[in-house]
Design a protein around this ligand. Structure first.
Ligand SMILES: [Mn+2]
Length: 447
């Protein structure tokens, strides 16, 4: 039986806007929070004497992290290496440089051949020796469609067709790896990918564009005893047999994650059997305090009461309150600031209700995280003069956002004006994507 620590989506250096410089260390206080959560996961792994650690990808927000962030990441993982615990670092989409040429921010570990550290930069099975015996880790790093766009065979295909072809190729490559596995040794698939059925988390807002998703049946194979995923920031278990698990990210980036638990997975894996538990870390709390004071006789008193009711100690707090302009002088902002001092950070966000201008679009307050299509839909609902264009505009937006279809070859019968707009934009995106693909024939997985 192999005991393992599975963590993912560290994104060291993200979410700094909610922090400030710590004069004692010179670091952003939110960076220190992220390091704290990472250290907590590694402490627990060391304490439990795990045999193996696997990281599901996205070490930093970009492939060219600040040296200090790179250094702290290395310092934390060195603790596992020093303890003789083999550690696999998988390449996620944020670790790829220019969306293509290998895992720039992680390849330094393979280049230096750091003992006990393996970098998963391509589809490959790593046979590792642990204190509790051998284990196979099949690494499946992030891949995007630029891997295929350079090929002559994709010249006349829509982006959707290219995605399907890519999934087909991955299926074949994965099948080939699976056939080479030793069926008597515990086997882990470690993948940075968007699985079908996964519920989106904050990763949606952290990366531009959308890739393709992998059907669950490709992952739910009896050859795997544990499927360790990365990419989606919201912890979720997609399948029990074998366990297919996103541990989620280790810290919150923004208010959209206010209600999500953050943590990592501890698992015991043997051939044909796996037991796992989710362990939460002390991630920084985010709190939204909302108050509609527009009908209040004593708006300041009511707002103070709302703040006093909330648990703000050490939390990142936002106070959203609605008032009429004439109520504004009744709000004593300095005393609110004083009241909010126990918070780690806070923002006061008044929303003015004006009788003169049109009311704000209902449901589009800053407190709710809508996806862009929903937001556009709500906006259009509030603009009767755009009613006739509603369907076309939403379709055009879908196309622009998802590139699921390619109007170059499939114009979908838009009204003339929209048609031209969409076609021009899509053509430009398409050309850019091809150009990028030529520069960065990704990972060489299929070469
Ligand atoms: Mn990712």
């Amino acid at each position: 039986m192999v005991r393992l620590l599975h963590l993912s989506d560290i994104h060291l250096g993200s979410g700094l806007s909610h922090g400030r410089v710590n004069p004692a260390t010179g670091f952003n206080t939110r960076f220190e929070d992220f390091v704290g959560c990472l250290a907590e996961a590694i402490d627990r792994g060391l304490h439990e004497q795990v045999d193996l650690a696997i990281f599901g990808g996205d070490a930093f927000p970009t492939a060219t992290p600040e040296p200090a962030h790179q250094e702290e990441f290395a310092r934390q993982f060195k603790r596992l290496a020093d303890a003789g615990i083999p550690t696999v670092l998988l390449v996620g989409n944020h670790d790829l440089f220019g969306r293509g040429v290998g895992g720039a921010s992680l390849n330094i570990y393979s280049a230096l051949q750091v003992p006990n550290i393996v970098v998963g930069a391509r589809l490959k099975t790593h046979s590792l020796q642990t204190r509790s015996g051998p284990v196979q880790v099949l690494t499946m790093p992030w891949i995007n469609r630029s891997a295929l766009l350079t090929r002559e065979e994709t010249r006349n295909l829509s982006l959707e067709q290219v995605d399907l072809m890519l999934v087909d190729r991955m299926k074949l490559a994965l099948e080939a790896e699976i056939r080479r596995l030793d069926p008597h040794i515990p086997t882990i698939l470690l993948g940075h990918l968007m699985a079908e059925n996964a519920v989106f988390g904050a990763e949606r807002h952290l990366a531009v564009g959308r890739g393709f998703s992998i059907p669950l049946y490709m992952l739910a194979r009896t050859e795997f005893d544990y499927v360790a995923l990365g990419h989606v920031h919201r912890h979720q278990v997609l399948c029990e047999d074998p366990p297919i698990i996103y541990p989620g990210s280790i810290e919150r980036v923004d208010f959209g994650e206010e209600k999500e638990q953050k943590g990592f997975i501890l698992a015991e894996v043997e051939r044909g059997r796996c037991r796992y538990e989710f362990v939460s870390v002390a991630a920084r709390a985010f709190r939204t305090i909302q108050a509609n004071l527009s009908d209040s006789e004593q708006p300041h008193r009511d707002l103070v009461q709302a703040i006093e009711k909330a648990k703000i100690q050490g939390a990142i707090v936002r106070v959203l309150y609605r008032i009429h302009p004439h109520q504004s002088p009744l709000i004593d902002t300095p005393s609110l600031r004083h009241l909010l001092e126990p918070a780690f950070a806070f923002q006061l966000q008044p929303e003015m209700v004006s009788q003169l201008s049109q009311p704000r679009v209902p449901g589009l307050g800053e407190s709710c995280a809508l996806d862009p299509i929903d937001a556009l839909g709500q906006y259009l609902d509030s603009r009767p003069e755009l009613k006739n264009l509603r369907t076309e505009l939403l379709q055009a937006a879908e196309l622009l956002l998802h590139s699921d279809a390619d109007p170059l070859f499939d114009p979908n019968g838009f009204e003339e004006d929209t048609d031209v707009l969409v076609e021009t934009t899509q053509a430009a995106l398409h050309l850019l994507e091809r150009e990028e693909a030529v520069r960065t024939d990704q990972l060489g997985l299929f070469s």
